[in-house]
Design a protein around this ligand. Structure first.
Ligand SMILES: Nc1ncnc2c1ncn2[C@@H]1O[C@H](COP(=O)(O)OP(=O)(O)O)[C@@H](O)[C@H]1O
Ligand SMILES: [Mg+2]
Length: 256
């Protein structure tokens, strides 16, 4: 039976979709059978991020409205044989989708998979509730900035009112150079502020997918490993900035 995990944040633009997509692909690469579900019905973009938009025939609304079976709406990723994507509303973007109807679809698929990763929309209204109601675990994505952490804190308070088995944080867009110079909050400070364990660290990098979705950053390998094993090995975002070359990188970054 799959673990249903919602990737949420409150604030938009912090990297929910990026983390959901790269984490799912990395879990699939580790041999796990994964559904990546786009529960963002307003600004849905999982298909674009994963590069499968040309392969979509049916979406979750087609399933809910009986035009196809749930399995028919799953798009098998051409580069990750264990990754299946369930896209949201191409057919009817304005249609209301209840939390129960999405849950029925995902619960029907869960027995044949190891993970269902749910990409949550920004905000804390209906879309948030619908995505969280389908999950039994949550990962809150936050960046080390005050506005993001404030929203994350509000979302965590809300998430505590759901019966979730586990709740953790992924710190995204962390800058190793600023961490070394003391200008960025550290993961342990964020852990103390949010009172939740940090399950993963992802650096801010110009091309976080390495330019191609298949070229996954090693930070997602560690995150996927932590999720599977219960350990918390964190990616060292400062390594790139140590030594002679690293110092040079720091200097150059300061000038940008
Ligand atoms: N670690 C990162 N480093 C650099 N850019 C990132 C990183 N994570 C996400 N981004 C970029 O930030 C933007 C917002 O990310 P996205 O995943 O769409 O956020 P959300 O789903 O929370 O709105 C995108 O352009 C994405 O490529
Ligand atoms: Mg998104």
């Amino acid at each position: 039976m799959a673990r249903n995990i919602v990737i949420t944040s409150g604030k938009g633009g912090v990297g929910k979709t990026t983390v959901a997509a790269c984490l799912s692909a990395q879990l699939a690469r580790k041999g796990q059978r994964v559904i990546l579900c786009d529960a963002d019905f307003g600004l849905n973009n999982i298909d674009v991020v994963t590069g499968i938009e040309h392969l979509v025939t049916y979406d979750v609304i087609d399933v809910i409205e009986g035009r196809c079976r749930a399995k028919q709406a799953l798009v098998k990723h051409p580069d990750f044989s264990n990754l299946y994507i369930l896209t949201s509303s191409h057919s009817a973007p304005e249609r209301y989708v209840s939390p129960q109807s999405l849950k029925v679809v995902l619960d029907g698929l869960a027995p044949q998979f190891d993970f269902v990763i749910i990409d949550c929309p920004a905000g804390i209204d209906d879309g948030f509730h619908r995505a969280v109601a389908c999950a039994d675990e949550a990962i809150v994505v936050a960046t080390p900035h005050v506005s993001s952490l404030r929203d994350a804190d509000k979302v965590i308070t809300l998430l505590k009112s759901y019966r979730l088995r586990s709740l953790s944080v992924v710190v995204n867009k962390l800058r190793g150079d600023l961490l070394l110079s003391g200008e960025s909050l550290s993961p342990s400070e964020i852990e103390k502020l949010l009172k939740l364990p940090v399950l993963g660290l992802v650096p801010e990098e110009y091309a976080i997918y390495g330019g191609e979705f298949t070229d996954l950053h090693p930070a997602f390998r560690m995150l996927a490993g932590n999720l599977m094993t219960g350990k918390n090995k964190l990616f060292d975002v400062t390594k790139k900035y140590s030594g002679v070359l690293g110092n040079l990188r720091r200097l150059l970054k300061r000038r940008l």
